[in-house]
Design a protein around this ligand. Structure first.
Ligand code: ATP
Ligand code: MG
Length: 658
């Protein structure tokens, strides 16, 4: 596919080498019934919102139910923001109670599928009932407004019920991904000083039981803050039990009233703490508050996924990640939508599990990660082809830059050429999507997250904070506060300031590199920490990876630098091959040549290492910092608590050179 071409425009910061030319316009049929119907309508919204962002967000906030109106839309004392100051609301009431008076009361709020295959549907009325009873159970166990509740659960409806119950009474939840070890759990419970842990005996993953309660017991040996543990019975195996501390979920809610008036909470009342995925280092406890977060979650869900009353929306993220918070639970429920939740592994029991679920539940909007798409690509089109995917009308991606190759595969094989793709850029810290197409309005270019959402003042700048010219790489920053932004790092406001607001004083520093093209489209180049410096050129690893993935033998790749006397740094590429290809010295040469041809000799890897798999965080992101250490021939010394599969590291260290 000759849609990429060589270009080497040297710039102050990052040399941009890859350029994607193809543009996909929204189809008139899609645009006609979309919330935002044309590019000119979107651009006019963006222009107005840029002029007065507060007016824009003020209007958006009026779509929610407020118990008491706010006095001031924004109070900005850099770097600390308060939104909808003086307003009071309850998030769970916005997600549940306000849908109960009309036709949505018996609409499916959550459709859940367990890995073994059972299906459960909770209507808005039923979900409200469960949330109220669990909220009363939490109160009965002594949880007060502002206290922290750690949720360490499989992907089951009770995880969402526990979150909404916390929000109802003003408790602050800290959801810890169920794949984390006892040590990671302990650190997070300790950092948040949680009073209660909500867990299950276990969850199903790839046909096996993940023993959650065992991990909780291990973690709690060192956590003095925890007074009670609530345990959902899910998998049914034997578990340890501490009398007085441990309570079965069903017993805790038995006898609890289904009446639990939503607590009127200040707009800036803390809603949750969530630890970042840790691709770059020690996870940070990102704190989000109530009003602003919900405004951002609700509006982005409605516009980016163009939600309609009859959609079945499936975001495949675990509730342990911010994507699961905003786009499995809060965003869809605030909009009165139907959200699908799945417990288990994407390839279990067969690699077509996702496609079978889309067909059976008639999913219309599907949102997943590039890492998953690349896995499906590698497995081949025969799995999606087995199922009827015609219910789909819109696709989304999040988590990493998506290679144009994977984007086109997604569009063709999954979307049947008919579904628009929204490539959404955001972070745990941003609370919701910030850079994204709107599917009925924005012409898309594979690999670009396109344009900032209305009200978001994003830019690409150099070290001094000056905008770089179109085509040049630089730092991705957000100039003005937005409602869903993090308010601080829990317990560490100094780290909040130094991490996000010190590089360019007063402006939010995302930590990502990006460039804007001549149309103002944003191309996220990956993390600044991952940028290579080869013979004086700063290169984005993502572009070299994209070039490698465009070769027919390559499934996935991760590029890092190792120190080099001559060049400063040399490019090392770790490459996973397609099932049909086998490693050979000739293939290495061919791949080096391919990169040189696609983007120029400067980017040609000094070394290529074939590997069966790459080290990833549990949310599916490649951990390049570990690969850097492997490439440099040092032992791995960084924090590895978020690594998905430890065996990968051992194999990588032994790998090569044949
Ligand atoms: P840590 O901050 O602890 O290192 P993390 O940054 O991986 O972890 P997240 O907040 O889950 O944790 O991920 C946000 C990051 O993911 C962004 O900063 C960006 O690098 C990447 N990302 C997310 N969506 C996109 C996208 N659509 N295109 C490109 N990159 C994306
Ligand atoms: Mg980050």
């Amino acid at each position: 596919m000759a849609t990429t071409q060589s270009k080497s425009s040297e710039s102050a910061n990052i040399t941009v080498l890859l350029e994607e030319k193809q543009v996909y316009k929204p189809s008139p049929a899609f645009a006609k019934s979309a919330h935002v119907k044309s590019f000119s309508a979107l651009q006019s919204l963006r222009r107005q919102a840029l002029k007065s962002p507060e007016k824009f967000w003020d209007k958006a906030a009026r779509d929610l139910d407020w118990i008491k109106p706010w006095k001031k839309t924004l109070e900005w004392k850099p770097p600390f923001a308060k939104w909808f100051v003086g307003g009071k609301l309850n998030l769970s009431a916005n997600c549940l109670d306000r849908h109960l008076d009309g036709p949505r009361r018996n609409k499916a709020a959550l459709i859940w599928e367990g890995e073994p295959g059972e299906v459960r549907t909770l209507t808005y009325l039923q979900l409200h009932y469960e949330v109220c009873r669990f909220a009363n159970a939490l109160k009965h166990l002594g949880v007060r407004s502002g206290e922290r509740v750690c949720i360490y659960m499989p992907m089951v409806p009770e995880a969402a019920i526990a979150m909404l119950a916390c929000a109802r009474i003003g408790a602050v939840h800290s959801v810890v991904f169920g794949g984390f070890s006892a040590e990671s759990l302990r650190d997070r419970i300790h950092d948040a000083q949680a009073k209660i842990v909500v867990t299950a005996d276990g969850g199903w993953r790839r046909g096996a039981v993940v023993k959650l309660k065992d991990a909780v017991d291990e973690a709690l040996k060192d956590c003095k803050s925890v007074e009670h543990v609530v345990v959902l019975k899910r998998t049914g195996q034997e578990i340890g039990w501490t009398q007085g501390r441990d309570h079965w979920w069903n017993e805790a809610v038995a006898g609890q009233s289904a009446v639990c008036p939503p607590e009127p909470l200040d707009s800036e009342h803390p809603l949750f703490i969530l630890y970042t995925s840790g691709s770059t280092g020690k996870p940070k406890g990102v704190l989000h508050t109530t009003g602003g977060y919900l405004v951002q979650a609700a509006l982005t869900t409605k516009w980016v996924f163009d939600l309609r009353e009859d959609d079945t929306f499936w975001c495949t993220a675990d509730v342990g990640w911010v994507t699961g918070h905003t786009y499995v639970v809060y965003g869809p429920l605030a909009n009165g939508a139907t959200s699908l939740m799945y417990e288990g592994g994407p390839l279990h029991p067969t690699p077509d599990r996702f496609w079978s679920m889309i067909a059976r539940h008639r999913v219309s909007v599907f949102y997943t990660a590039p890492t998953a798409i690349r896995t499906f690509m590698r497995l081949g089109p025969e799995y999606p082809k087995r199922h009827d995917l015609t219910s789909l009308r819109l696709l989304g991606t999040v988590g990493e830059p998506i290679n144009p190759e994977a984007w086109r595969w997604y569009r063709t094989v999954i979307g049947g050429q008919r579904c628009p793709i929204v490539d959404t850029w955001w972070q745990t810290e941003t609370g919701g999507i910030l850079i994204t197409p709107l599917p009925g309005a924005t012409p898309t270019k594979p690999g670009s997250a396109t344009l900032p959402f209305p009200g978001i003042d994003a830019d690409v700048v150099d070290k001094q904070g000056k905008p770089v010219p179109p085509g040049s790489g630089g730092f991705l920053v957000i100039r003005k506060p937005w409602p869903g932004m993090l308010r601080t790092i829990h317990g560490d406001p100094e780290r909040y300031k130094s991490q996000y607001f010190s590089q360019i004083p007063g402006i939010y520093f995302t930590g990502d590199g990006a460039r804007k093209d001549k149309d103002g489209y944003f191309w996220v180049l990956g993390r600044i920490d991952d940028v290579l410096n080869v013979a004086g050129h700063r290169l984005s690893t993502m572009e070299i990876e994209s070039a490698l993935v465009s070769h027919p033998s390559v499934a996935e790749s991760a590029v890092v630098a190792r120190p080099d006397e001559m060049l400063g740094q040399a490019v090392v590429a770790f490459v996973t091959l397609q099932k049909s290809a086998s490693p050979s010295p000739e293939l290495k040469e061919e791949l080096r040549g391919h990169v040189a041809k696609m983007i120029g000799p400067i980017a040609k890897p000094a070394e290529i290492r074939f590997t069966d798999s790459l080290p990833k965080t549990r949310s599916g992101k490649i951990m390049r910092r570990l690969l850097r250490e492997v490439a440099a021939g040092q032992g791995v010394r960084g924090d590895v608590t978020t690594l998905e599969d430890f065996a990968v590291l051992a194999k990588l260290q032994q790998s090569e050179d044949e």
